[in-house]
Design a protein around this ligand. Structure first.
Ligand code: GLN
Length: 486
């Protein structure tokens, strides 16, 4: 049961083999049994979940069910969900209850999905290991001594451990694809503007994009069908027709041109990861795709550019958490300035404080031109590299992460090493492109490796087609962490 994908669960619900209430109770019991060791959830609310499940069962009985009706899901804890604590993994918002639903929450609710809980994350989505959470680190179900990746590590670990069939995440620099890769799950970061950011607590607004985790490309397509679409409440939501992301899943790959960036296959890539990714690309060739070498010459500048732009935007976005308008307020202070200082010093963890300091610095008079403006110019060059590459290919394939999941604590004291985790994911965010990760093998220590598929703007359906065709021919996405298969 717990190994099932969304369409498989959906068929059981439709055929009345199981009710949504039964299914939700099974998952809730599994969370209660197993999450103590993983820490994937910050909040679980059985009462709210069961009420939603009963509503889904009534809808199924009326014959009005869609593909997600009755399916249990979880939201990363930075999506506002009415009446739910929405902490962003921070002490700053540890007790904050959202008064309204994010667009994504509303859409999945409308589709009939059952919200079981909110997942753990790096504080304000800043991190690559989930060690930056006020609520403690998340453990990787493949090896509890290792990180699940971040910042959407709770969602990734929950899906990997079969605590929930699918979950939402956000990807500002890799926070869906990297944890998906490290936990052997599937994750998609859509084109910037495809999924509304309304009600999604902002980290770096020009890079943030909501997306999803699931067990298969088909799961991701179904989640996207519910989540994506125009929303006037987000000024960067792109006005386009609703589309069916599953429409091309069944099409063969013959004639498809897969670009392989030569900068992605260098000494930075661990050999075990390289061999899994290369084998996956061979499989795509067997399925009829043609490969072409492409070049992304400014790729090496992506991480430095990101660590100017993302902190700059974060320093501005996080200024609202001052203990007055939002967030934790220090218990004692001498005057207004002291209250701001103490509240922010107590409410924010070390990484968030580092980003605010860096961001404030690069935006300050005298440094703005040298850092922020310069970074914006290089960002444009990085986007241009992709545009050039997509002249000769339909999708780009490569690694997601330079290595398999690393031990908890290994990179915690070395921010630059941590930042380099996102070497292959950040360029996609800077360009505003969509990218996904699907499991493509087991590397060192038997740990999962992800294949990244990057598409052109709004070409998610084609990326999902590539992933689905690959999954028809292989079974890496079916592998559960030892002890978690069911
Ligand atoms: N790891 C990156 C960071 O720390 C990306 C995070 C994200 O995508 N939210 O900023």
């Amino acid at each position: 049961m717990f190994d099932h994908t969304i369409p498989e669960l959906s068929a059981l619900l439709r055929d009345r083999k199981v009710s949504s209430e039964e299914l939700s109770r099974l998952y809730l019991a599994r969370i209660a049994r197993l999450d103590g060791a993983l820490n994937a959830f910050i909040t679980v609310d059985a009462e709210k979940a069961i009420a939603q499940a009963r509503a889904a069962d009534a809808r199924i009985a009326r014959g009005e069910a869609g593909p997600l009706t009755g399916i249990p899901i979880a939201h990363k804890d930075l999506f506002c969900a009415k009446g739910w604590k929405t902490t962003c993994g921070s002490r700053m918002l540890a007790d904050w209850v959202a008064p309204y639903d994010a667009h994504v929450v509303e859409q999945l609710d409308r589709a009939g999905a059952v919200l079981l809980g909110k997942t753990n994350m790096d504080e304000f989505a800043m991190g690559s290991s989930n060690e930056n959470s006020h609520f403690g680190p998340v453990k990787n179900p493949w090896d509890p001594a290792r990180v699940p990746g971040g910042s959407s590590g709770g969602s990734a670990a929950a899906v990997a451990a079969r605590l929930v069939p699918a979950a939402t995440g956000t990807d500002t620099g890799g926070s869906i694809r990297q944890p998906a890769s490290l936990t052997g799950t599937c994750g998609i970061r859509p084109t910037y503007g495809a999924v509304s950011r309304y009600g999604m607590v902002a980290f770096a607004s020009s890079l943030d994009q909501g997306g999803a985790f699931g067990k298969s490309a088909e799961d991701l397509a179904l989640m996207m069908n519910a989540m994506a679409g125009f929303d006037g409440r987000d000024s960067t939501s792109v006005e386009r027709q609703k589309e069916d992301y599953a429409r091309d899943l069944g099409k063969p790959l013959s004639g498809l041109r897969v670009g392989l960036p030569k900068e992605y296959f260098t000494a930075d890539l661990a050999p075990d990861v390289a061999s899994c990714v290369t084998a996956a690309i061979d499989e795509l060739r067997r399925l009829g795709a043609a490969t072409v070498e492409v070049s992304l010459p400014n790729q090496a500048l992506a991480v430095p550019v990101y660590y100017v732009i993302a902190p700059a935007e974060a320093s501005s976005n996080l200024s609202r958490f001052d203990g007055v308008r939002y967030g934790h307020r220090a218990a004692s202070y001498t005057d207004l300035a002291d209250m701001y200082r103490k509240s922010r010093a107590e409410g924010f963890g070390a990484e968030v404080q580092r980003r605010i300091l860096v961001g404030t610095y690069v935006l300050s008079h005298g440094y703005y031109d040298a850092y922020y403006l310069q970074a914006q110019k290089v960002r444009r060059l990085i986007a241009r590299d992709f545009a050039e590459a997509f002249r000769s290919c339909d999708v780009i394939a490569g690694p997601v992460c330079p290595s398999v999941a690393f031990p908890i604590g290994e990179k915690a004291s070395d921010p630059v090493q941590m930042y380099l985790e996102d070497l292959y994911t950040i360029p996609v965010n800077l360009a505003g492109l969509p990218g996904l990760s699907v499991p493509c093998g087991l590397g060192a220590h038997g740990l999962p490796v992800g294949l990244q598929v990057i598409g052109n703007y709004f070409d998610e359906a084609r990326m999902l087609q590539v992933a689905h065709q690959y999954q028809l021919a292989t079974d890496w996405h079916r592998k559960a962490p030892p002890g978690y298969g069911a």
